[in-house]
Design a protein around this ligand. Structure first.
Ligand SMILES: Nc1ncnc2c1ncn2[C@@H]1O[C@H](COP(=O)(O)OP(=O)(O)OP(=O)(O)O)[C@@H](O)[C@H]1O
Length: 358
């Protein structure tokens, strides 16, 4: 193993290629098996450095509350976040070409397992004065594209988003691989493992899992779904493509703005809908009051109210969908065209009932 020599900063080499790859899927979908094979392939065929961080290897799996196979959810979440802090320590070391220092606040056994995982993949080695809390980066870790594969279920998008935020914070590449394995296959594979999870957990996760959804979440755009059990050769080309895209397109601040724009647009749309709803309601109730004053028959009053409410619902739906002539509403807060169109159609309906009356 070679050392980095002066780990205090090997400036002048420019930005290095570094990407985080989130691997997600149901328990026993084959994530760890896939991650190992992928790591091997990338090292052999591409000469890349790869760190597979299997959460199962680092997070405690002993029942802490004595009742389930894993710690209770709040503790579990805290542990996962702690692990991301450890990952951040490593990332900062790679980016700044410095030794990896242990965070002051850490769970000792977990930190040791984490470092063991990095050492086993030739990414760090202990500093000369072997202190438990300081490790040097290997040449492997700093001399080539580095892919860090995070292997866990990541079944909620919020779990994956935490990793994305880390990528954004340090302008790293980011991608997601979803291993889509039928529930039955997962149950069957799980049943054959020495330490099988209770089947109910897999059933439950099957119901809860939020697959990567690039249409809904802009930040998930660089995602790939692989159909398990078979991961054909073509898939590996797709995977390489995904990783190359991540390496070549680190998450940039501009995406932050795009996300903010998405959020602003959603808030703006909601506000516009609310405003339109209130205006339509007011207009309908004013018309109904006028109709009563005109002494329209009760049965006709009922029909008129139904027609006007239907019209209101249609207009709101059109707005929501950005349909027809209101397509541009998402970019504007001006509702005057929509309201005048609503009033015209409303007047046509009202006219029918008023003329029946006279
Ligand atoms: N493509 C495959 N074909 C057949 N069996 C497989 C395949 N991939 C994995 N397995 C088997 O399925 C079992 C679960 O695999 P693995 O540990 O890789 O899943 P996992 O998704 O990482 O599970 P967990 O999330 O619970 O850690 C193992 O016994 C493994 O040998």
């Amino acid at each position: 193993m070679q050392t980095t020599g002066d780990t205090g900063g090997a400036g002048g080499e420019g930005p290095r290629e570094l990407a985080l790859c989130v691997l997600c899927g149901l328990p026993a979908a084959g994530k760890s098996t896939f991650a190992r094979a992928l790591g091997h392939q990338l090292r052999q065929e591409r000469g890349w450095a790869v760190g597979v961080l299997s959460y199962d290897d680092v997070l405690p799996d002993a029942p802490l509350d004595g009742a389930c196979a894993r710690p209770p959810p709040s503790r579990w979440k805290a542990l996962r976040q702690e692990l991301l802090k450890y990952l951040e320590c490593f990332l900062m070391a790679v980016i700044n070409r410095r030794p990896v220092s242990a965070p002051a606040s850490r769970t000792e056994a977990m930190w040791e397992d984490y470092v063991t995982c990095l050492k086993a993949q030739d990414l760090v080695f202990p500093a000369e004065l072997e202190t438990q809390s300081c490790y040097l980066l290997t040449k492997t870790a700093i001399s080539r594209p580095l892919i860090l594969v995070l292997d866990d279920n990541f079944y909620y998008q919020s779990m994956r988003y935490e990793v994305y935020q880390l990528a954004r914070k340090y302008s790293l590449g980011f991608c997601q691989l979803f291993l889509d394995c039928p529930l039955e296959t997962c149950l069957q594979r799980n049943g054959q493992r020495p330490q099988a999870l209770p089947h109910e957990i897999i059933h439950l996760m099957g119901k809860k899992i939020e697959k990567p959804n690039p249409k809904k979440n802009a930040w998930e755009h660089n995602s790939l779904t692989l159909q398990s059990p078979a991961f054909p050769l073509e898939a590996s080309l797709q995977v390489i493509d995904l990783l190359l895209t991540a390496l070549e397109n680190p998450v940039k601040y501009v995406e932050d703005n795009m996300e903010q724009k998405d959020t602003d647009r959603i808030i703006c749309s909601a506000n516009i809908l609310h405003k339109a709803d209130q205006t339509f309601r007011k207009s309908v109730s004013q018309t109904m009051k006028e109709a009563k004053d005109e002494q329209i028959l009760p049965n006709n009053l009922k029909l008129l109210a139904e027609e006007l409410n239907k019209l209101k619902a249609e207009f709101l739906e059109d707005l929501k969908q950005g349909n027809k002539k209101y397509l541009c509403f998402q970019q504007t807060t001006d509702l005057s065209d929509v309201i005048s169109s609503f009033c015209n159609e409303k007047n046509n309906i009202v006219q029918k009932y008023f003329s029946k009356q006279h």
